[in-house]
Design a protein around this ligand. Structure first.
Ligand SMILES: *Cc1c(COP(=O)(O)O)cnc(C)c1O
Length: 793
């Protein structure tokens, strides 16, 4: 080990000299970060090469995703390589604070939220399980925007992450491919990021494509001295990988977005076929023996007609042969049943940009309509519901279900809703296609990296096996009554709260009580996630405290964080509302020793790593049936927070695993909501009759709260009580769930007084969180969908 240690230091010093012409004492933390990162790359380069060589000879899976929310690489890589403590010690010896070096790295933010983070957790698990698998996506220059809060309002700023990420993203110019649109040819240049498994020599790959013009400048335009024209052309191509669309759970049918989807999917398929020919003999009868492709939501579904095109036009296969291959190769994950999320493309865009692909889709649709007519000659309604092209819109989910061998939902409840409600017609024809794969999170990043004291405690009690065998966490149950262990757990929670308290002070200037309950709702801001329900409770609580109606309330810090899509006016109104309630509460001497409200700006993976471990309460209160799974809920659970939630998504399974008595579950169920919808739901009834609700709602419009004439609060108020944008009033049943939410919240607050009882429940959450490791999820995908086997270098 001494050998490795000496080498790490000398290599790092050398790298800093080469890249920055500096000696250590002159280098800043970012330069040191780059130096170490480059050293590590050298450290595992041989294993990375070997892994690539091994995987391409075997059956493998390609994970197609328009988003990967990677976060930082250095700390995670060090933990997975088993070098973290060594490097921390080495740096300390030469007077450098490891944490500061870690903080110098910018997040890889090429995703919006849960869907992109899931893809990243999956890559970590594939590498850790030694599974031949590779991610494919887009190397956006500008990932998710940086959020700042100005005067309580969200402001968006572009981040050019590429500037910072050089070390972990390596160009492979010799492996470029060309992607063609009617109006442009695009050079797709791959950049590879190593995915380091935990305690294995295998190194997997994430390959991201960057768009470049074929020629550096349009020669004709250049020679004509039309420089503006020449530059414009160049830029139009580069635009393809310039920016990530910042919408979470809504689809925007923009041309550039279609270009992005087709660009990365076509480049990836060409790359796959090239490697298949080079390393697997090139007989397309064997293609599906080697290749599995998972489509992360509908964003990459254009891969289906594109593979048809490549097989028919380039490889001269017949329609039937090509379609059979597509069916054997592709599987599709559905991530949501929100109507506004389902992707539909205007046929004109396809015709205009990729006419041959369009032609193939039309042919597919025609064949499928024929089949439907055979199956349901007397049921036009059903046939219409299932076509691939409807009212001149291409239904991406339909194309996926029609073609793929497997369709999966992301939590039990969600998969059931797909099978028996949303996609009932499809499941009746293809029952064998439908599966469930409950989401998961990697215990490496979300515990071992981000909660080192908890990791140490667990290691001391049951050893380290749990980090890759999460079911081992069950063995912690034995300590569920050990007072010393529970006290240590509470101590760790408190350490983490102190760290988060420092971070909150730094980022917001607000001073929080680290002995208070840390009650946390962090996730994208969206109506269905119901941050409004939470804030209405806090408003009502504030008024009750002011009136002296509550004798005792255990001090609580209500913590929010999350980004709103820049075009989602109402979600931005919710952010302003949270900040406005925070301003009132935090500045009121009557209550601010009891409650505080904090909005942490710019929620991202690296801030999540500080937030999840510090939480006592995990707020997961989406309208039942709307959150497909959630993964934040799992990160909290594994760090010993108790879920305050509805029967929705993976909450249902969290309750199943940990026991209902160890969570706070409330609210309307899917069935109850269906009934209410049928019988007619009237939020005004609740507004008039639930004590305190009118007062809390009215605070939005009676001058108590100030939205600086933006109209945001009135709009929010109206959408709940009157309805807006052709939606029924309160489509997410906020008022319908208010009373139960208040009751259970008040109970929770009182229960917290018995700290040891609380700690026991929190501990049982950790013990029973093993199911939610993404290792379990990926193991099941590998076995039941991809049919791939581990291969070790
Ligand atoms: C886990 C995670 C999410 C998903 O959170 P949900 O509560 O499941 O919506 C979103 N953003 C980031 C940065 C995350 O780490």
């Amino acid at each position: 080990m001494q050998d490795v240690r000496d080498k790490i230091i000398s290599e790092t010093l050398k790298n800093i000299k080469i890249d920055f012409t500096k000696r250590l004492h002159d280098a800043n933390t970012f330069e040191i970060y780059q130096g170490i990162s480059k050293t590590l790359l050298g450290y595992f380069a041989e294993n990375w090469t070997k892994s690539n060589e091994l995987y391409r000879k075997n059956r493998r899976v390609y994970y197609f995703s328009a988003e990967f929310l990677m976060g930082r690489s250095l700390g995670n890589s060090l933990v997975n390589l088993g070098l973290q403590e060594d490097v921390e010690g080495l740096l300390k010896d030469i007077g450098i604070n490891y944490n500061e070096v870690e903080e110098a790295e910018a997040d890889g933010g090429l995703g919006n939220g849960g869907l992109g983070r899931l893809a990243s957790c999956f890559l970590d698990s594939m590498a850790t399980l030694n599974l031949p698998g590779q991610g494919y996506g887009i190397r956006y220059k500008n990932g998710i925007f940086k959020q700042e809060i100005e005067n309580g309002f969200q402001k968006e700023y572009p981040v050019n992450w590429i500037k910072y990420k050089i070390a972990w993203s390596i160009p492979k110019f010799s492996e470029e491919v060309i992607v063609e649109f009617t109006d442009m040819e695009v050079r797709a240049i791959p950049y590879d990021t190593p995915i380091i498994g935990y305690k294995t020599d295998n190194i997997n790959t994430l390959r991201l494509w960057e768009a470049h013009p074929l020629e550096d400048l349009n020669i004709e335009a250049f020679n004509d001295q039309k420089y503006d024209e020449a530059v414009k052309c160049r830029n139009r191509v580069k635009d393809i990988s310039r920016i990530l669309y910042p919408n979470d759970s809504t689809s925007e049918g923009k041309k550039l977005r279609l270009r992005q989807q087709y660009f990365f999917v076509s480049a990836s398929l060409q790359d796959i076929i090239r490697n298949f020919k080079k390393y697997n003999g090139g007989d397309f009868n064997n293609f599906s023996k080697y290749i599995a492709i998972q489509l992360n939501d509908t964003h990459p579904v254009v891969a289906i007609p594109e593979l048809m095109r490549l097989l028919m036009d380039m490889e001269k296969l017949s329609w039937e042969e090509s379609f059979k291959i597509c069916n054997e190769v592709f599987s599709y994950t559905n991530h949501t049943i929100l109507a506004e999320a389902s992707e539909k493309w205007w046929v004109d865009f396809y015709k205009e940009l990729i006419p041959r692909v369009y032609e193939i889709i039309v042919e597919m649709d025609k064949k499928w309509r024929g089949k439907l007519l055979e199956l349901f000659p007397n049921d036009e309604g059903r046939r219409k519901d299932m076509v691939l092209i409807k009212d001149n819109m291409i239904q991406m989910a339909h194309m996926a279900i029609y073609t793929c061998h497997t369709v999966n939902g992301v939590a039990k409840l969600h998969s059931e809703l797909l099978k028996y409600r949303e996609l009932k017609n499809w499941a009746e024809i293809y029952p064998e296609k439908f599966q469930n794969k409950t989401n998961g999170i990697t215990p490496r990043r979300w515990v071992a990296v981000s909660n080192k004291p908890l990791t140490k405690l667990i290691n001391r009690l049951i050893g380290k096996k749990w980090i890759i065998h999460s079911e081992e966490l069950k063995r912690l149950e034995e300590y569920g009554e050990h007072i010393d262990v529970l006290r240590r757990f509470l101590e760790i929670k408190n350490e983490k709260k102190k760290e988060l308290g420092d971070f909150i002070r730094k980022t917001t200037g607000i001073e929080v009580n680290t002995d208070s309950i840390f009650d946390v709702q962090v996730k994208r801001i969206h109506e269905y996630k119901r941050q409004t329900l939470n804030i209405l409770y806090i408003l009502d609580l504030y008024f009750r405290l002011k009136e002296g109606k509550i004798r005792e309330y255990y001090p609580t810090t209500f913590i929010f964080a999350g980004k709103a899509a820049p075009g989602y006016f109402r979600a931005k109104g919710i952010i302003k509302l949270i900040n406005e309630v925070a301003r009132i509460v935090n500045n009121d001497k009557d209550v601010n020793d009891k409650i505080k409200v904090v909005f942490i700006p710019d929620f991202k993976v690296s801030s999540g790593e500080k937030i999840y471990p510090a939480a006592d309460v995990s707020v997961q209160i989406s309208t039942a049936g709307k959150e497909a799974s959630g993964t934040g809920n799992m990160k909290f659970m594994m760090n010993g927070a108790i879920t305050l939630g509805t029967f929705d998504g993976a909450n249902v399974e969290i309750v199943e695993e940990a026991g209902r008595e160890n969570e706070y579950i409330f609210g309307l169920t899917v069935e109850e909501i269906t009934t209410l919808e049928k019988e007619g739901y009237n939020p005004k009834e609740y507004y008039e009759n639930v004590e305190g609700l009118k007062r809390a709602m009215d605070a939005l419009v009676d001058g108590t709260l100030n939205d600086e004439n933006s109209g945001m609060f009135k709009e929010l108020y109206t959408s709940i009580l009157e309805g807006a944008d052709w939606h029924k009033p309160d489509q997410y049943f906020v008022l319908g769930d208010f009373q139960e939410f208040r009751t259970i919240r008040d109970k929770l607050n009182n229960d917290y007084r018995d700290k040891i009882e609380w700690a026991k429940k929190a501990w049982l959450n950790i013990c029973n969180s093993g199911k939610f490791s993404s290792d379990r999820t990926i193991h099941d995908y590998a076995k039941e969908i991809w049919k791939i086997e581990p291969k070790r270098v």
